[in-house]
Design a protein around this ligand. Structure first.
Ligand code: PEP
Length: 252
């Protein structure tokens, strides 16, 4: 059985400023320098990538972006390519976040193209999947998640998940203060892993599946204790140094 190390990744969303970023990252760095066996990352707004790179280079915290163009280059005003992210040392990029799907009309086909664009230059996609409250109440959580996953697997191939990270993020838990219970989250994580294992057992065994949705210091440990939860994608709480540090420590 593969032993998966934990990953705790912050999603700053559209928050930050050069002074706040510096203070936040310095606090995280000094409080987590001794933390072994847990990988930390922050996914930041594009303009801060050079700053974040200069602060985090050579430390225990990696960095990434929150979106990427599906195109390699060209006349796509306002877009940022995967090779540009690589140019600024990004290890990760979030693709398919529910805010991108809901607010910017990103469908699963586009998400799959973005996933492939990231992988084509060696940036690791953190692929987000998750159901809305309506879908959960209708009892179709598994179908929704399977469909989102399937779009990427069909396009990129099952083995592409060997160099990716998944994040199960129930939409009803994002930024709402409502967290999935550890059992609810574990149920979906185990479903996802089982589904992948049916086609590629080793890929499934090694795949990190993060949980995201109102994770905070107070609930992180019980979520991370679940066998198929390999860390977290942290929104709001990643902007507060003490919270992010405590969540990182809970992953130990
Ligand atoms: C997210 O944005 O991916 C997220 C999980 O947000 P929050 O932790 O604020 O719910």
């Amino acid at each position: 059985m593969a032993i998966r190390s934990k990953l705790v990744a912050g999603n700053w969303k559209m928050h930050g400023g050069t002074l706040q970023n510096r203070d936040l990252l310095n606090a995280v760095l000094s409080a987590t320098a001794d933390l072994s066996g847990v990988e930390l990352a922050v996914c930041v707004p594009y303009p801060y990538l050079p700053q974040v790179q200069s602060i985090l280079q050579g430390t225990n915290v990696s960095w990434g972006a929150q979106n990427v163009s599906q195109h390699e280059k060209g006349a796509y005003t306002g877009e940022v390519s995967a090779s540009m992210l690589l140019d600024f040392g990004c290890r990760y990029v979030i693709v398919g976040h529910s805010e991108r799907r809901a607010l910017y009309g990103e469908d699963s086909h586009t998400v799959a193209l973005k996933f492939r664009a990231a992988q084509s230059v060696g940036v690791i996609p953190i692929l987000c999947v998750g159901e809305t409250l309506e879908q959960r109440e209708a009892g179709i959580t598994e179908q929704v998640v399977a469909k989102q996953l399937e779009a990427v697997v069909k396009s990129a191939g099952i083995n592409a998940l060997g160099t990716a990270v998944l994040a199960y993020e129930p939409v009803w838990a994002i930024g709402t203060g409502k967290t999935a219970s550890p059992a609810q989250a574990q149920e979906v994580h185990s479903f996802i892993r089982g589904r992948i294992a049916a086609d590629a057992a080793e890929v499934a065994e090694g795949l990190k599946i993060l949980y995201g949705g109102s994770v905070k210091a107070a609930n992180a440990a019980e979520l991370f204790a679940m066998p198929d939860i390999d860390g977290g994608l942290i929104g709001g709480a990643s902007l507060v140094a003490e919270e992010f540090i405590a969540i990182a420590r809970a992953a130990k």
